[in-house]
Design a protein around this ligand. Structure first.
Ligand SMILES: C[S@@+](CC[C@H](N)C(=O)[O-])C[C@H]1O[C@@H](n2cnc3c(N)ncnc32)[C@H](O)[C@@H]1O
Length: 267
C-alpha cells in the first residue's frame, strides 16, 4: 500500500471496523493519565487521527502512528502531525528497530486492518510485547482471511510471477485457535478474542474495485503498460469466482468478511 491519496478515498470498511472495535473495547481497557499509545500499520493516518485519537482524548501524552510504508508515513505526518500525535516509519517485523527505539515505551498498542498483511506474525507479536510497558494492553483488529490473498490465488499463471510473497502469505492461514496460541506464546494474556462474519455494501462494482486497488500492492510490482490489463483481470476474477455478491435490483456489491479483534495484556 503505497498510494495514500487513493487509500483515504477508499477505506470505508477500515474506518467502520476501527470505530466498531474502539466502541466495543475502549472502556474495557484500564486507563491512567499521560499514556503513551502506539498505532501499528497506521497507513495514511486518517483512522489514527479521525477515529482513534478522539477515543483517547484526555488519556494520552502522545499517540505515535507507525507504518512500514514511507509514503504513508510522510502523508500522515503532513496531514495530521501535531505535538501530541506523530508518525514514524517502522516495520513491526524488525526486532532491532522496535527494540532500539521503543522498548517498553507504550501503555497501549492499537492496530487496525494491518495484522493480516504481516508475514511474520509471531515475531511481530514478540515485538509488540517488547514495546509495551508492564501492565500494557493491545487491541488488534484484523481479518482472519485476507481477501487479496484469496484473489491472488485465483489469478492466471501470467500474473503469478508478479505476486511477491503471496506463496508465503497463502500458507499463513490461521484458525482462531492457532492465533490464540500464538498470542499466548508471545507472552500475552488474552482478555477477549472475538471474531464474526460481517458484510460491507459498496454502491456499485467500480467502488468495490477502487477499494481493492487501494490495497493491492501488485501495481507497484507490475510494469506500467500492464496496469490496465491487470485491472480487467482482477475485475473478471472477482466476478467469475463470485468473491462478492451483486444485488440484481440495485447493482450494490456486498462483500462478506471475517474480522477478528484481540484484546490482550502484558502482565
Ligand atoms: C490496510 S492498511 C490499514 C491502515 C489503517 N490502520 C486503517 O485502518 O485504515 C494496512 C497498513 O499496514 C501497513 N503494514 C503492513 N505490514 C506492516 C509491517 N510489517 N509493519 C508496519 N506496517 C505494516 C501497510 O503499509 C499499510 O499501510
Amino acid at each position: 500500500m503505497h498510494c495514500p491519496e487513493r487509500y483515504v478515498k477508499n477505506n470505508g470498511i477500515q474506518q467502520r471496523e476501527a470505530k466498531d472495535a474502539l466502541t466495543a473495547y475502549i472502556e474495557k481497557m484500564v486507563w491512567t493519565s499521560n499514556e503513551m499509545v502506539l498505532d501499528i500499520g497506521c497507513g495514511p493516518g486518517d483512522v489514527t487521527s479521525d477515529i482513534l485519537y478522539p477515543f483517547l482524548k484526555n488519556k494520552i501524552k502522545q499517540l505515535i502512528g507507525v507504518d512500514k510504508s514511507v509514503e504513508m508515513v510522510e502523508y500522515a505526518k503532513n496531514s495530521f502531525g501535531r505535538s501530541d500525535m506523530n508518525f514514524k516509519a517502522l516495520d513491526i517485523e524488525n526486532t532491532n528497530d522496535c527494540d532500539s527505539s521503543y522498548s517498553r515505551g507504550f501503555n497501549k498498542i492499537f492496530s487496525f486492518f494491518c495484522f493480516h498483511w504481516i508475514h511474520n506474525k509471531f515475531d511481530s507479536l514478540l515485538n509488540m510485547h517488547l514495546m509495551l510497558k508492564s501492565g500494557g494492553e493491545i487491541l488488534i483488529n484484523f481479518l482472519l482471511i485476507n481477501p487479496l490473498v484469496e484473489l491472488y490465488k485465483f489469478m492466471d499463471e501470467e500474473w503469478q510471477q508478479y505476486i511477491k510473497d503471496v506463496k508465503q502469505m497463502s500458507q499463513d492461514s490461521f484458525s482462531k485457535d492457532d492465533l490464540r496460541e500464538m498470542f499466548i506464546k508471545a507472552g500475552f494474556r488474552i482478555i477477549n478474542m472475538e471474531s464474526s462474519v460481517k458484510t460491507y455494501t459498496y454502491p456499485d462494482y467500480s467502488s468495490c474495485l477502487d477499494a481493492v486497488r487501494a490495497v493491492d500492492d501488485m501495481y507497484s510490482n507490475l510494469p506500467q503498460h500492464l496496469h490496465d490489463r491487470y485491472a480487467i483481470h482482477v475485475s473478471d476474477t472477482i466476478r467469475e469466482k463470485q468473491m462478492v455478491e451483486i444485488c440484481p435490483n440495485t447493482g450494490e456489491i456486498i462483500l462478506k468478511y471475517l474480522p477478528i479483534t484481540v484484546h490482550a495484556v502484558k502482565d
